[in-house]
Design a protein around this ligand. Structure first.
Ligand code: PGA
Length: 251
């Protein structure tokens, strides 16, 4: 039985005081939830968030939104997975569609990020998903399959068991338009089948596949009720305490 994961991706939002007040509100409202909860604040906030959660004996984890594709060296502005691990990050998003779009990340770069994060003891959440025109032209399965094959499927059997997948149709991210539960379930089941073909049924039945793209308090329950949806990667709705708590409670 897979335990659900609800992850908040804050992106480049919230200044320090706002961020810390959100973490504090989350901890104040923490209960024995039915899912794992993760927040991914901007990297400069990771250390303090980690310490705050630790001191509060919170079960909430903290993660980063990206890591470098190298381990160390002359890469101005980059932050390695090892550094993130050393400041308390236990997860990292890899291949988010915004990084694919604005930084041109794909293929080997993402494979390195996955491998370095696993090497540093951080669990990567590998993001994939098609754009609107790709769905409209009925190429969405091919696009997602290619994204899996050119990065995630370079992982060994041992490595893949440390990975989580997030399916995030680009047309649903930040648009208010969500994939229907049926559309999401169809793709999640396809992704699980791809994992089964590559790594076997046992690995496929254990890997968590999150849905992301305009998850909100109103649609989370139905999405999370689908057989192959193991939680959510939540952007906008994770920035407000009420909506994020309702999403967590929907899991
Ligand atoms: P959204 O973002 O929930 O605001 O659509 C999700 C994401 O990009 O991870």
């Amino acid at each position: 039985m897979r335990r659900k994961l609800v992850a908040g991706n804050w992106k480049m939002n919230l200044h320090w005081n706002e961020a810390m007040s959100l973490v504090s509100d989350l901890v104040k409202n923490e209960k024995d939830w039915n899912c794992d909860v993760l927040i991914c604040p901007p990297s400069p906030y990771v250390r303090h968030t980690f310490e705050f959660l630790k001191n509060a004996k919170s079960a909430i984890s903290v993660g980063a939104q990206d890591c470098a594709s190298s381990t160390d060296g002359a890469f101005t502005g980059e932050i390695s997975a090892g550094m993130l691990s050393s400041i308390g990050s236990s997860f990292v998003l890899v291949g988010h569609s915004e990084r694919r779009e604005y930084q041109g990340e794909r293929g080997e770069t993402l494979t390195k990020k996955l491998q370095h994060s696993i090497g540093a003891g951080i669990q990567p959440i590998f993001c994939c998903g098609e754009k609107l025109d790709e769905r409209q032209s009925n190429n969405h399965f091919d696009v997602v399959q290619t994204q899996l094959e050119e990065a995630l499927f370079a992982m060994s059997n041992e490595e893949i068991s440390k990975c989580t997948i997030a399916y995030e149709p680009v047309w649903a991210i930040g648009t208010g338009e969500t994939a229907s539960p049926e559309q999401a379930q169809e793709m999640h089941s396809f992704i699980r089948d791809q994992v089964a073909t590559k790594y076997g049924d046992d690995v496929a039945s254990r890997i968590r596949i999150l849905y992301g793209g305009s998850v909100n308090a109103g649609n989370a329950k139905e999405l999370f009720g689908q057989q192959d949806i193991d939680g959510g990667l939540v952007g906008g709705a994770s920035l407000k305490i009420d909506s994020f708590l309702q999403i967590i409670q929907s899991a």
